[in-house]
Every structure is written in structure tokens, then in C-alpha cells.
Design a protein around this ligand. Sequence first.
Ligand SMILES: [Zn+2]
Length: 429
Amino acid sequence: MASDPTRMCELLVGLDHVDVLDVEVEGLEVTITIETRQTVVGCSSCGVLARSKGRRSVRLADVNHGFRRVSVIWIKRRWFCPDPDCPMGSWTEEDRQIAHPRSLMLDRAARWVTEQVGRFARSVSEVAETLGCSWHTVNDAVLLYGEALIDLPGRFGEVNAIGLDEVLFLREGTYRTQRFSTQIVDVRRGQLLDVVPGRKGAEPKAWLEGQGPEWLAKIDYATLDLSGSYRAVFDAVIPNATQVADPFHVIKLANEKLDEARRRVQNETLGHRGRKDDPLYRGRRLLTRAKQRLGDHGEAKLMGLLKAGDPRGDVATAWTAKEAVRELYAHIDPELALEWVEALSDDMDNIEQPIEVRSLGRTLKRWKHQIAAWHESQVSNGPTEAVNNLIKRVKRAAFGFTKFRHYRIRALLYAGKPDWSQLQTVSPP
Ligand SMILES: [Zn+2]
């Protein structure tokens, strides 16, 4: 127990290896002035006793004390090497227990903001406002400590089912050019493993290869949207894993084809794009809704609209095709799934069928093994989508990211399930 008032103050400040020179309270602002006790220092290059070159003070943000905002003025010692042949010249003292040299926050405050922003998705501006420091001060600290935390080795263990999915993370420049990234997700645990730039195969392939053959050998299932580039990645890197087409994307495709059919028939019968009184246009939402969610009234209404606007029955056929695709996920035995997909795609890819239904049939045929594999594996990109939604929340809070690195850090802090208990001990480079 301390009884010396200065010592008590030092303990209260939480830095027991510094001298507190002054504590000033002005309203709700507290300013604490400190210095280190290192009065004798050797040159780190040649070992000669360094000489003082005066002081330079720096203001560091700290965590609040109740409603009071606290900042620390650290009067840093400057030194120079008296040996004229030594390349060291002069330098300013560093002490990482006080603050990281690239941060304008006290070390403990930097760790605190990293958790507030990274884990709880509070916005950088909100946290900066709370502490009374600048946006950049908070953001720099989150990136510095956050990156060290997410890149600790062993952040994730063995993975049995992996999913790839593309995500838009930035629009930039005058033309709002879209920039995509690929999420790599453990789809069983719903954990974001990493994000890599682009939506082509090269980056995810390099990432997977970087995990090593032992890790890759544990992957039994690989989920994907109906994208050829991700399929090529899995074919090349984990050829023994069972590929699973994500049900959400398969049903989405069936709905897109239905929508194409509706727009084509509308144009052919009325000579213009959909207007609000056109029967098919009025039915556009009922069409893409699942049949069991229509209700008797909705179904009767839809049939009436089709009768009025779909003379050759093309839209009705595309609707039936879409419902058949949905049905595929309702109650098909794993043993029969492949047969079912084959029969369905044969029916669709028939000269009698509307062009959109034939196109759907060809895609189903091309992906039949991946589609049927869902029934055995029951894994989907659902967790990938959930992770995407989490990340959207972060993106909104951050008003978009200017750099891929920043986006990666924030996404992994929020959805990558880092070990937050290690935040107290992690040491940024
Ligand atoms: Zn020297």
C-alpha cells in the first residue's frame, strides 16, 4: 500500500514507472504531466553515454475517468550521441508501456478503443468524440493494435467446410468504380477466416495454398455461389473436397430467369417495358415469392394476372420452374438428389421451353453435382451471408474504407472471432 501522495497519484494514473509532475483539472478536462525516470541512457549504436538534447512534449489521449476526459502530456527526453564518428546522431526516447511510437494515445487507451471499435462496432467518430481526441488518433490505434491481434498465429484452427463469396467493399473515384473482395469463411462456425482483394480466383487460391497441405486436407466441403472462378480454385487446391452450390444462389438464379421471362413477354405483348397497370408488372413481386408464402388470395391473384398478361404461358412455365428449384431443397433424399436435379434440368433444357427456362436448365446441368451435394452436406453459404451482413454494419459505421488493409482489419476484428483476451498482451510491431 502506498502512502506517499505522489506515489498514489502515479498508481492512480496507472503508470507506476513514471514521475507525475502535475495534475491539472479544468472543468471536465484532466491533464496529467509525466516524465520517465531514465536519466542515464547509453547510445544504442555504440554504447557511449548519451547526452541530453533537451525535451519535447507530446499530448496523448487517455481513457475517460468518469465523465472527465483525460490527456497525458509526456515530456520526452531527447538525447544525442557525443561520439562524432557514431551514425546514431540524436533521438527521442520511446517507452511502449506509455505509448506506441506511432500512436497518439496512451497504450491502455489504444487497447480500449480497439475493442470498442473492433469488437462492439462503435463508430470511430463516436469513440473519438467520447475521448475528446481526433478521428485519426482513434482510427490509427485501432488499425495498429487490431492488426496485431488478428494476425496472431493460430487465430483459427481446423476447418471442415469452407465458403468463398464475393463482396463489394468500396466504390471509388468519379465513376464510383466498384472494388470487390472475396470472403473466406468457415461456414460451419460462421467465422470469417480472412478477406482477400478481388473476386477472381488468384488471391483466394494463394491464400488457401498458404495454409499448407495438412490444413487443406481437413476440408471436406467447399461451398460456392455459381461462380466459375471459385470452382476453379477448389478444383485446383482442394480437389478432394465436395463442392456444394449454395441454395440461396441457385434459387436466386431461378428468380432472375423468371424475371427475364416476365420482362420479355411484357415487351412482346405490349411493346413497352413494365408500367404500373400492366398485369405482369403488377405480379412481379408475387412471382418471385415462394408459393407457400402466397396464401390462397395471393395465388388466385397471381393466376389472374398471368391469365391476363401471359398469353402463351411462358411466364407461368418459368414460375413453375422456379418453384421446382425451390422444391429441390424442401424434401429430397440425398440418395435421389442427383437423379432429381438431372431429371429437372433435362425437362427444362428442352426445345419446347421458353428460352429463359432452357438457360436455367443448362446451368443446373453444369452444376448438378454441386447442387445435389447440398443434400448430403447440409452446408451453405448462409453463414457467409451472415458475415457479410455483419461487415455491412461496420462499413456503414466507418463510411466506407479507403484502403483494403483497413477494411480487412475491421472486418476480421468484427467477424473473425479473434481472441479478445489477448488484446491486453498483443504487441504491435
Ligand atoms: Zn553512438
